[in-house]
Write a new protein. Structure first.
Lengths: 516, 1112
């Protein structure tokens, strides 16, 4: 091209270049464009406080929707509170379905702990009550987690390391005691400083009740290690009781539900995938327990209270005797209709009395005699579930009724042969205390299963079928193996964690405190 | 499909002048629309040429003409090989005089048709003297006509092998003296030459056919709407003519028309219902957790198929490689699908009508059993959801509702749920205008009644208005507004699976009243087993409805200024606004599983808008007599955002009254998303040498708002070479055209918005929620580099041609979303890693075995094979889950594993012992793995093949497309569910407890225990299936499409106002030649990067239809 032609078009070329630079020059507002206007990039002190309700709810329910996969399909089955009737789940036959159980893991580490870690960090030395309550709740959430798996990441939570190490369960328990002790002391020293107020879905900002909660949890944890580490257990238990554990149903820890935070057990029961277990049937029906009609409803097909054996095969589950219509669903209180009303169980006051009763059997100073504590525990549990007729409760406490034999297809015998009436035989006393405590912690399958492993009580029905070659049907499943989820993400740490176990990484290996 | 050769430099300009005979203009319209080369023009009609030079090659003269006039020259390079050089001194010479001067002593002639100058060899008209030896010579007479029986003047007739010849007169008749044994060759520029042997006939009448676009060569609409001769293109493209799309219409998703037609393009359908969204992949997947979909471009600006009237599509060009990215930036790195819509033509006012009706029949491919009735273990139970009951021999049973009926298999049970689906589509377009201004308007409506009898329908309206305005001879503007709206209702919650699993013995008449009001006044579902996951299929069809309404407005404004013949500037801006409303109506009585709140209502409204603007400077210069340089410099900006509002009633006070104000505890949340803003500047340059060697270079620099500060700018180049061998060297005459091409392209991807900060959300009730994905403060853009080489050859006068491409792409620095150790307090985090390689071969083959006056046969074949390999993930991470896994109930987990290939399917299956033997329990029941950890293959096909045959005889034409997919696996969750419920034929075996599985117990003993079919299928099937048992090959061969068309001849049309009329019978998805899966494996896909799974989708359909096209 000739130069003259080029020159005559100079203007157009310049124009284009100018346009080009106009179009492409404005990168200054990129920062603004690349900032989400609907979310926060930093938290004010009041925002920090607003992290708490979600931490409470997801900490208890495993991110809400995952109550089913984190708890209902595992702990609630292994505790034999319920038995599976839907044919498409195998976890109740001891098969650990990774994709389900991982929701327990993520519900805690990804959905609950970040909020608690932020609160604890941001309120340290500034807002002692907020700080203390967050530490108590963190301990509550993590004790359930370690009681599933054993070693879990604990001391390095929030680390940016490539792999985050798992800690020995003993070390974790020891730190739990330290956390609870310190938190209780902080609360006590600052009792008049307001905490979360209405953001506190459990106690509505009542610091006194959180103090009792901390001590009761400390007592629970002390009992858990009572066989493996009796000295430490005794010390912690006695200190907890001395500092004030639950003494009345007004201190019951229930999470307030609402349309935003429905009761997840109630939501899960709507799917009609499980029914009352045969173990529950044997005890509640045999004892003529007033709680039976609160917790369960008669089978629609027969009008009878009836339970299902755990560990059915799909082909057995669809047989009429085992199906939903011929067995007891939950009662109205735990049904979907009341999912916005029935508060969700965290920890009941009755448990404190049974823990103290067992402590008394152990020779600990529990501020009362085993029998009295046992009877009060029963009374408390009845009160918790709205049974206030003293005479009826007394009848129950003094009853010599025995668990019944469900019979049926599998010729199921009675679960055990102990009455409610407190025995004189110390061996039977322990079974009675633990069996009644098992009923009193219902529907908390985490605690029910943990204590069955620790104490061997209540007795349980062998599964009809186990699909887990490590755990035969007639034995109790002892733990949840490390999740495939974390193995993929945290491989080296999980490999190292296996050496912290007392055996192979399977469901038959006992946890540190499980020496029964 | 077109894979075409290009002869000559082609810049077809419209409108043609009004002066020419209309039929020729029409022919050219058809010809050029076929080629997809309609282009609005802003050029002035300056028909004078000023040029002086001595010994100038003819090509140079042609360039001059094209630059100074708005005519284009159309020629075969080999035809002008023997042309003499031209010496001329012309000042403002009228075009025709100038041409006459140049052709004075050439062995060539030219013909002007419209604005096209066609060049052809000049036949020598020599009548030989009659001698004794040539006594067998006699006069042969005849008339040459075109396809429309119009006489053709100026056709040359020569005796093959001699220089003897003549031409037809203005009546199209000729006389030639020839002898028996001679072969006459009839030829005319733009038409297919014909040879006819002389026997004893005295007259020969010949009908000449227009050269199809195939052999003429096309202009390809490439990136940015830049039109380019296919000859010069250095990478692989393929074009589908709009006619193909608007006869055998896929009215709702036109992209489905491309199935089987484009080598390297794979389309599967996601979801169910009448507007299921297709998943489209070009040359496989390359981004692990990012986007793998190609870019859609409509009329030069990024905009997808949404609400586009297929009748408005002029052509679709597929740019397969990353080369598209040079122009469009990162969005084009997965290739681009470029849609060109119809535009106005000046000079002629025309009205076109295109209408069709199509009938769809559900193809239920599953084999059902009707021998065993409702029940369990061989016993009838009225509340059973299964068909494991007794043999149904008409014995009386009492149903759940108390009725006594004979127990029989109800083989007619689908008839109440499925109907003959109908799609009625009407489209009208009006076009016309002067040289100064042209207008195109179209309106279409589509009404779809799906195959499900209730709540399966869609109504669509679209409107399109385009105005082209030539303000001055140099300045033109183009305005386009498109509006579309959809109104759709479908039933949700998989009514299909609920229909299939219903016990085979329940009479339809008993299910029909699907709800009732109980004594306490509560509406209940009439279901045989209340309180389970199941539902009465009538209820799912009628009582659980999703309604969707959306509209889209697309506006495009283009201004073009022509500085001179060789340089122009175009500025373009577009705006797309879409708005949608989605409602879910849940009626009283709905099962608790589907709504725990009973009658309930959800409402989601979304509004999104995107803007795009660019400026493009285009120039074209001859550097000297051999070199020509053309190029573009441009800049663009893209921006998109969307806002949504979601509301859930949480139960309704007044049942079945669907209004959010009627909600018991309405919860409202909103969402907001702003895509990264990307600004880019780019340059494209093509240097050609002697019009047979081409080098193309591009460079682009982008700035993305999503990238970290300091790294927001990134550059990527591309380059390519093409050599037209057939023009460079003398090849045997049977080789018509031959081209070799090679290209390399890089493309960057600017990342994801909001990635560089951790965000806290405000949740319901004002709570603060922590992030689960860790931010990535510093990262590099993803980079795809691709090599591609290809051959494009034609033989035997273009009757055979192939196009072969090999490519290899590698994508690295991927923004990989990986799992983080949960104790880090984040679930996932992004890293910059990974390397994925795709390599493959694509072949298209065109064959024209027969082409005579009345009959022609065209064959188009395509084949594509892509091999994917995950070369590297990261040092720590060796596999990434794409979908499934987690807490999901998906049938399979899709993983990307280092060393394997993208899209491996992992499922639950048999437990095996150390010897690899399948294990059963001591009861003989399969022992299954706990997780989805058995790899059963990959969801991608080994290869895809399409074969299209087009036959035409006189006014009839028939085409049919056979489509072959080889390989790839699919998991059917539907089959598992149906097996688990005992409704399939497969479950007939073993009803009497006599299935002994060929397996071992865990203590190593051979299994001897017999189990029942029910025991077996309820273990492996039902809802949480073991995918290993439901894993099928996706291989299938089908008759994808058949079209029979009758075109009214011109003779008839001439008498009325109709100018064109064509009627077609259309069939789609007619039958399978081969299929392994018990469903259409094409439907079995999940969204995003997942795939290979099917659950409860609506069956695919076999369609028949009728289409009519009329022009006035």
């Amino acid at each position: 091209m000739s130069f003259t032609i080029f020159r005559s078009h100079c203007r157009s070329i310049i124009l284009t270049l100018v346009l080009t630079s106009i179009l492409s020059g404005c990168v200054k507002n990129f920062e603004e464009i690349n900032t989400d206007p609907t979310r926060l990039t930093s938290l004010s002190p009041s925002d920090v406080k607003s992290l708490f309700p979600n931490a409470l709810y997801v900490g208890l329910t495993h991110n809400g929707a995952y109550q089913q996969t984190a708890q209902a399909l595992f702990a609630d089955q292994y505790s034999q509170f319920f038995a599976q009737t839907a044919p498409y789940f195998a976890s109740h036959r001891y098969l650990i379905i990774d994709s389900w159980i991982q929701t327990q893991w993520t519900g805690v580490y990804v959905n609950t702990l970040p909020s608690l870690v932020i609160i604890i960090k941001e309120t340290k030395g500034v807002q002692p009550t907020l700080n203390a309550i967050a530490r108590i709740w963190k301990t509550f959430v993590l004790h359930r987690t370690t009681d599933y798996y054993g070693p879990i990441p604990y001391s390095e939570i929030g680390s940016t390391n490539k792999y985050i190490k798992y800690d020995l369960q003993k070390d974790i328990y020891y730190d739990f005691f330290k956390e609870l002790t310190e938190a209780a002391a902080d609360l006590k020293a600052n009792m008049s400083i307001p905490s979360y107020g209405t953001q506190d879905l459990i106690y509505n900002g009542d610091n006194e009740k959180w103090l009792r909660f901390a001590n009761t949890l400390r007592l629970r944890l002390a009992m858990r290690i009572s066989q493996i580490d009796p000295a430490k257990a005794k010390k912690e238990a006695e200190a907890a009781v001395a500092d004030g554990v639950f003494s009345d149903v007004s201190q019951d820890a229930f999470l307030k539900v609402s349309s935003i935070y429905p009761n997840r057990l109630n939501s899960t029961t709507a799917w009609n995938e499980f029914r009352m277990s045969a173990a529950m049937q044997s005890l509640l029906v045999g004892y003529n327990d007033p709680r039976l009609s609160v917790w369960f409803s008669p089978a629609t097909a027969t009008g009878q209270y009836s339970g299902v054996r755990n560990g059915l095969l799909p082909a057995e589950q669809i047989l009429p005797e085992n199906d939903n219509d011929h067995n007891s669903n939950v009662g109205a209180l735990l049904s979907i209709d009341n999912q916005y009303k029935t508060p969700e169980t965290v920890m009941h006051a009755a448990e404190a009395f049974f823990l103290r009763a067992e402590g008394a059997l152990n020779g600990w100073d529990m501020g009362g005699a085993a029998k009295d504590l046992y009877n009060t525990g029963i009374r408390m549990s009845m009160n918790t579930w709205g049974i206030t007729d003293d005479a009826a409760i007394s009848n129950y406490i003094n009853s010599s009724n025995l668990p019944m034999a469900p019979g049926g297809l599998y010729n199921t015998p009675a679960l055990t042969n102990i009455p409610v009436l407190f025995s004189n035989d110390p061996a039977q006393q322990r079974e009675q205390i633990l069996t009644q405590k098992w009923l009193a912690v219902f529907p908390d399958g985490f605690e029910g299963w943990a204590e069955m492993r620790r104490s061997g009580y209540p007795k349980f029905y062998p599964l009809l079928h186990s699909e887990n070659p490590d755990v035969p049907a007639n034995t109790m499943i002892r733990r949840i193996p490390f999740t495939e989820y974390d193995k993929q993400r945290n491989s080296v740490a999980v490999q190292q964690a296996v050496s912290l176990l007392s055996g192979p990484d399977n469901a038959a290996t006992r946890l540190w405190w499980d020496t029964h | 499909m077109q894979c075409t050769t290009f002869y000559g430099r082609l810049h077809i300009q419209w409108p043609p002048p009004l002066t020419k005979t209309m039929w020729l203009a029409m022919k050219l319209i058809i010809l050029f629309s076929c080629a997809g080369i309609l282009q609005a023009s802003a050029r002035v009609n300056s028909q004078q040429v000023t040029f002086s030079g001595s010994n100038v090659p003819l090509e140079k003269i042609f360039n001059v003409i094209e630059q100074q006039t708005d005519y284009v020259v159309f020629y075969n390079y080999t035809a002008i090989k023997d042309a003499k050089k031209v010496t001329i001194n012309a000042r403002a010479l009228p075009l025709e005089q100038f041409l006459n001067e140049c052709f004075k002593s050439q062995p060539l002639k030219y013909v002007i048709e419209g604005k096209t100058i066609m060049i052809a060899k000049q036949p020598l008209v020599v009548q030989p003297a009659v001698t004794a030896l040539q006594s067998s010579f006699r006069d042969i007479r005849g008339v040459i006509t075109d396809e429309n029986d119009e006489p053709m003047p100026g056709v040359s007739i020569t005796i093959k092998g001699s220089s003897i010849g003549t031409t037809t007169n203005k009546d199209g008749s000729f006389t030639i003296n020839a002898s028996e044994g001679n072969t006459l060759v009839f030829s005319y520029v733009g038409f297919v030459p014909q040879e006819i042997a002389v026997t004893n006939q005295s007259s020969i009448n010949v009908k000449l056919l227009l050269l199809s676009a195939n052999s003429l060569g096309t202009v390809v609409v490439t990136a940015l709407g830049i039109k380019r001769g296919e000859k010069a293109i250095t990478y692989s493209t393929q074009t589908l003519d709009g006619n193909k799309i608007n006869v055998a219409k896929e009215a709702i998703n036109p992209i489905n028309s491309l199935k089987g037609q484009i080598a390297g393009l794979s389309i599967t359908n996601v979801g169910d219902g009448i507007s299921s969204s297709p998943k489209v992949l070009l040359r496989g997947s390359r981004s692990i957790t990012g986007n793998n979909a190609p870019l859609y471009v409509t009329d030069g600006v990024p905009s997808d198929f949404g609400l586009l009237d297929p009748n408005n599509i002029e052509s679709i060009t597929v740019l397969k490689g990353a080369s598209a990215a040079a122009a469009y930036g990162s969005a084009g790195q997965n290739g681009a699908i470029i849609i060109t819509t119809k535009k106005a033509r000046s000079g002629k006012f025309s009205v076109n009508y295109n209408g069709g009706i199509r009938f769809d029949k559900a193809l239920i491919l599953t084999d059902f059993q009707y021998q065993y009735g409702q029940g369990e273990g061989g016993v009838f139970f009225p509340n059973s959801e299964n068909s494991w009951g007794p043999k149904a021999t008409g014995q009386m049973v009492t149903l759940w509702n108390g009725k006594s009926v004979p127990l029989t298999g109800q083989s007619n049970r689908f008839k109440d749920f499925y109907q003959l689906g109908k799609t009625i589509n009407n489209s009208i377009s009006i076009s016309g205008g002067s040289d100064k201004m042209q207008t195109y308007f179209s309106y279409s409506n589509t009404r779809v009644l799906g195959v499900l009898r209730k709540n399966n329908e869609l109504t669509r309206h679209t409107m399109d208005l385009k105005i082209q305005n030539n303000i001055t001879s140099k300045f033109s503007i183009n305005t386009q507004v498109t509006y579309g709206q959809d109104d759709q209702s479908t039933s949700s919650q998989y009514p299909y699976s609920s229909i299939y699993v219903t016990p085979v013995s329940i009479p339809l008449s008993e299910m029909k009243d699907y709800k009732y009001t109980d004594v306490s006044g509560v509406v209940q579902q009439n279901y045989w087993k209340p309180n389970t996951l199941g539902s009465n299929p009538y209820f799912t069809m009628n009582g659980d409805i999703v309604k969707n309404f959306q509209y889209k407005v697309f506006g495009l404004f283009t201004a073009k200024y022509k500085f001179s013949s060789w340089i122009d500037l175009q500025i373009r801006g577009s705006f797309t606004r879409t708005s949608s409303k989605n409602e879910q109506d849940k009626y009283a009585g709905i099962s608790l599983v589907q709504s725990v709140w009973g009658s309930d209502y959800y409402l989601t409204t979304t509004g999104s808008q995107s803007t795009y603007a660019d400026a493009l400077l285009t120039f074209k210069r001859d550097l000297n007599k051999n070199f020509n340089l053309s190029g573009n410099i441009g800049a663009s900006i893209t921006d998109a955002k969307s806002e949504s509002l979601y509301a859930h009633a949480n139960g309704l006070y007044k049942e079945d009254f669907f209004y959010i104000g009627n909600g018991k505890a309405p919860i409202t949340t909103n969402g907001n998303r702003r895509s990264p803003e990307v600004q880019g500047i780019y340059g494209l340059a093509t240097l050609s040498f002697k019009n047979y060697l081409f080098m193309e270079l591009t460079g682009r620099n982008d700035w993305s708002s999503a990238l970290p500060k300091g790294h927001q700018s990134y550059f990527y180049p591309s380059g390519g070479l093409t050599a037209v061998i057939s023009s460079m060297v003398d090849l045997p005459s049977w080789i018509s055209f031959g081209k070799v091409r090679l290209s390399y392209a890089e493309s960057g991807y600017g990342g994801i918005e909001y990635l560089n900060k951790n965000y806290y959300s405000v949740g319901l009730g004002g709570v603060i929620i922590t992030p689960t994905i860790q931010s990535l403060g510093n990262y590099k853009p993803e980079l795809t580099s691709s090599y591609e080489g290809g051959l494009d050859w034609r033989f035997f006068n273009n009757r055979l041609g192939f196009n072969l491409t090999y490519y290899r792409t590698e994508t690295k620095n991927q923004l990989l979303l990986i799992g983080a150790p949960s104790a880090s307090l984040f679930d996932q985090r992004y890293i910059n890693a990974g390397l994925i390689r795709n390599q493959g071969v694509e072949l298209t083959l065109n064959l024209n075995p027969v082409k005579s006056g009345n009959f022609s046969w065209d064959v188009a074949f395509n084949y594509a094979r892509n091999k994917n390999k995950v070369i590297r993930l990261t040092d720590e991470i060796k596999s990434v889950i794409i979908s499934g896994g987690g807490g999901s109930a998906a049938a399979a987990t899709i993983k990307v594993v280092e060393g394997a290939s993208y899209g491996d399917i992992y499922v639950k299956g048999w437990q095996r012992d150390s010897l690899g033997r399948k294990l059963v329990s001591d009861q003989g029941v399969p022992l299954l793995t706990a997780g989805q950890d058995i790899n059963v293959g990959n969801y991608n096909p080994n290869f895809l093949m399409g074969l299209n045959n087009s036959l035409s005889y006189k006014n009839f034409s028939l085409s049919f497309l056979i489509d072959y997919r080889n390989g790839g696996q699919v998991i059917s969750a539907s089959q598992a569910l149906m097996d688990g419920r005992g409704v399939t034929k497969a479950t007939l075996n073993g009803r009497n407890n006599d299935l002994v599985l060929d397996a071992y117990t865990s203590d190593g003993k051979k299994n001897t225990k017999a189990i029942s079919a029910q025991n077996y299928y309820s273990s492996i099937g039902d809802i949480y299936l073991s995918g290993e048992f439901y894993n099928y090959s996706a291989t299938n061969i089908r008759l994808r499409e058949a079209i029979l068309t009758y075109k009214l001849s011109n003779k008839i049309l001439k008498k009325g106002i109709l100018t064109d009329a064509q009627f077609s019978l259309v069939g789609r998805n007619l039958f399978y030649f081969q299929r392994s899966a018990p469903f259409d494996p094409e439907i079995g896909s999940n969204g995003g990067n997942s795939g290979g799974q099917e659950f409860g989708y609506i069956p695919s359909t076999r369609s028949y239809g009728f289409n009519i096209k009329l022009s006035f």
